[in-house]
Design a protein around this ligand. Structure first.
Ligand SMILES: NC(=O)c1ccc[n+]([C@@H]2O[C@H](COP(=O)([O-])OP(=O)(O)OC[C@H]3O[C@@H](n4cnc5c(N)ncnc54)[C@H](O)[C@@H]3O)[C@@H](O)[C@H]2O)c1
Length: 334
């Protein structure tokens, strides 16, 4: 039987969700506070639409999973409402903008005995999967250090066209909206971060966003690995690079491209990553591009977990860790 989904927040990324729900499950109802977004979804998917999440949750109790695609600062409230009403939840990244909220979400999912999935689709990028396997199989030997570069372009129009991006309350910061996928991968590869130091500044988005557009950070992981994170949304006119370089005593790797889509360099002791499958293109929003479009894999995982007792690709605890690391970095660099 098809898994039934409802979407809260019918903006840009919700279009990706709806597409894959349509292919892999059933889209039963959607909710948005903007009538024009509801019209668009109603026309395309012929499903009931709601302007209030409480009404949807009350009237559509046959739904299995609620997909949360609202602004970052609303994820916790919407996810908690859905969990308390007995739905499984798939929540867009970042899971929340505060550690306390992320903890509450996990708590509610445990109390309700419902699954909480977090969207971190970059984990499915073929070079990322291959490097994760190499780390797990100890092909790098002792890993010493890592360098993360996130050089994207988000021009003033990107923020002016949104009523929440660039705000403290609903966005949270550049590391939350643009680069939380990358921070998640640091956690996925190397575990938790014990210390962070650095600088941040708003160079080119003053009066446009309420936080930094650039940061340079030094981090240390609990396992002793040290690293740097250099990030900016000021890459001239377009995205330049999203990359992770890893240095171990038996191997060096750089995953690069604009969105961690290419294995740019590898050199190992008696090992080679071979035959990488082609990845998906990036999410293309017209004026700008985002991460690799792997939401198909996110939905395949949800269905695998609910129908075949599979393992959640990114669970609430891992989502919380990303929020915690970002929080630690912001405490150090603001
Ligand atoms: N995984 C990814 O690669 C990826 C890519 C883009 C965005 N995102 C995340 O998805 C979320 C949405 O981003 P977006 O770019 O689609 O934003 P968006 O502004 O295009 O869409 C958000 C939608 O939520 C609606 N909304 C706001 N408050 C609401 C409420 N109380 N009830 C119901 N609907 C409400 C808005 O009207 C809007 O239509 C964000 O958390 C963002 O970080 C993830």
């Amino acid at each position: 039987m098809n898994i039934k989904f409802g979407i809260i927040g019918c903006g840009r990324i919700a279009e990706r969700h709806a597409e894959h729900i349509h292919n892999l499950g059933e889209l039963v109802a959607v909710c948005d506070t903007k009538p024009e977004r509801l019209e668009l979804f109603k026309d395309k998917y012929k499903c009931p639409v709601y302007s209030d999440i409480d009404e949807l949750l009350e009237n559509e109790q046959h739904i299995d999973v609620i997909s949360i695609c609202t602004p970052n600062g609303l994820h916790a409230m919407h996810a908690i409402k859905a969990l308390q009403k007995g739905f499984h939840v798939l929540c867009e990244k970042p899971m929340a903008t505060s550690v306390v909220d992320a903890e509450k979400m996990i708590n509610e999912s445990l109390k309700a005995n419902k699954r909480l999935f977090i969207v971190k689709q970059n984990r499915f990028n073929p070079p990322v999967q291959a490097v994760k396997q190499a780390i797990d199989e100890l092909k790098f030997g002792n890993i010493y250090s890592v360098q993360l570069n996130c050089f994207w372009n988000r021009n003033p129009n990107y923020y002016k066209g949104s009523d929440w991006k660039g705000t403290h309350k609903l966005d949270g910061g550049t590391l939350f909206t643009q680069f939380s996928h990358f921070i998640d991968l640091l956690y996925y590869f190397f575990g938790d971060v014990s210390e962070a130091r650095g600088f941040s500044a708003n160079f080119d988005h003053r009066d446009i966003i309420e936080f930094e557009d650039t940061g340079t950070v030094a981090i240390k992981f609990y396992n002793g690995i040290i690293g740097t994170i250099n990030y900016t949304v000021n890459s001239y006119e377009k995205n330049m690079e999203g990359s992770i370089s890893i240095f171990g005593d038996k191997g060096t790797v750089k995953i690069g491209g604009q969105y961690l889509n290419e294995l740019e360099y590898q050199h190992f002791y008696h090992y080679e990553i071979k035959d990488l499958p082609p990845g998906n293109p990036p999410n293309n929003y017209g004026e700008y591009k985002g991460s690799m479009s792997n939401h198909d894999k996110v939905y395949a995982n949800v269905i695998d977990v609910l129908q075949r007792e599979g393992t959640i690709a990114t669970n609430g605890f891992e989502g919380l860790k990303t929020v915690e690391i970002i929080h630690k970095i912001y405490q150090a660099i603001k």
